[in-house]
Design a protein around this ligand. Sequence first.
Ligand SMILES: Nc1nc2c(ncn2[C@@H]2O[C@H](COP(=O)(O)OP(=O)(O)OP(=O)(O)O)[C@@H](O)[C@H]2O)c(=O)[nH]1
Ligand SMILES: [Mg+2]
Length: 463
Amino acid sequence: MFNDTIAAVATTLGEAGIGIIRLSGSEAISIADKVFRAKNCRKLAGQPGFTVRYGKIVDTKGDVIDEALAVIMRSPHSYTGEDVVELQCHGGVVVMRKILDLTLALGARLAEPGEFTKRAFLNGRIDLSQAEAVIDIIRSKTDRSLDLAVQQLEGSLSRRIQSLREKLYDLVVQVNAAIDFPEDDIPEITSDRMQTVLGDVIAEITRLIDTADNGKFLREGIKTVITGKPNVGKSSLLNRLLDENRALVTDIPGTTRDTIEEVLNINGIPFRLVDTAGIHRSTDRIEQLGVERALEFIGQADLILHVLDISRELEEEDRQLLRRLSSRKRVLVINKTDLPPQWNGKAHLIEAGYIDARTPAVEISLTEESLDPLLECIVGLVMEGLAQIEREDAIITRSRHKQALVEAKADLEQALETFDQGLPLDLISIGLFGALEHLGEITGETVRENIIERIFAQFCIGK
Ligand SMILES: Nc1nc2c(ncn2[C@@H]2O[C@H](COP(=O)(O)OP(=O)(O)OP(=O)(O)O)[C@@H](O)[C@H]2O)c(=O)[nH]1
Ligand SMILES: [Mg+2]
């Protein structure tokens, strides 16, 4: 437990019907008692947990600042595990600031970002993967990402990791017994059992690692970069996909200079769409910078929408991009089919050897036609992986978790090899301990302090 009491505005600062000031710590109730005057004149100190009182917020001179409800939760039955009071007031910027300042003047400390959740973790209410799920719930952009975050908060990942750790613990106990008491009558670990358990655990870790790429898509969104030479219709495509005039569209090549990012929800999957400057050689300094930025985004993209203009002959810029993107996950958007075609669309690209028949390509007119065929094509491309992970009960959504699993797996593979080579049991034990430690990083049992700091720094204040 911590000895100071923290306070923060838990709702967004702005005009709103209600705004909540949250207090947590051993003095939470006594501080609240100094600012809150209940209508029934009773002190909050005498109220049981999970009760609500109606009253007024008063300052130290006794002047009324606002009307409010006080919600009391007592340790250990609260979000943080400590005494918590939530003052539900009117959600104005000035009133919220005043009440918060009052609690700070009375001895509370302003909470750091994520500090309420950090206390929940350090007080053992939730583990680290659950704390991370709290941020994910707040940041979810689609139903599916929300489902995933809720599952993780409810412990789907924690349970899987714990069960893996328990299996490894059993092995460690047996291995260590065999090391410490070689002559005693302890059943020797049969090599069968060692191989089966290690093999099972490695297989299960591998399955979890396999969910990571698609899990990351659901949590962070699929970074989808729209590219092509100037004037082919990249910004028009962004606008049509978003169904709003987000980006400037003109018939002047080089209209888009900087990148524009927006999130689009397709079938519950978040796509982070990025419109970029047209790729071409330019002497204009600003345009050049735009092209550099575009190339950088292409480098990081999970999916590329490469737009081509069928109404103009293919140029060197088109060809270069076709070659450059040949090994990437991409959809070719062959645009402006309402105009007289200058080349033979997908068939030509196949004939000329730029793509093969399986490369997803859609011929379309952005001014006239429905986007459904294009959307189907995009979803089809990412669905396969997603369908596969949806059968799993735990999914890896963070690279921190994936990294820990990869390291645990390497340790176990090493241990298995050591065992197969008939090397001393001490060496196997080192591998098992290493894997236990890496798995523990996910749930927070063995994680380093600086990693914990980094995780909670991503939170907003008041959570
Ligand atoms: N006829 C026709 N014109 C289109 C179509 N799609 C886009 N255009 C026009 O093509 C021109 C260029 O469109 P933009 O969306 O600005 O092209 P861009 O690729 O973003 O261009 P830059 O930002 O300059 O690289 C505009 O005049 C659009 O109206 C289409 O399907 N058919
Ligand atoms: Mg543009």
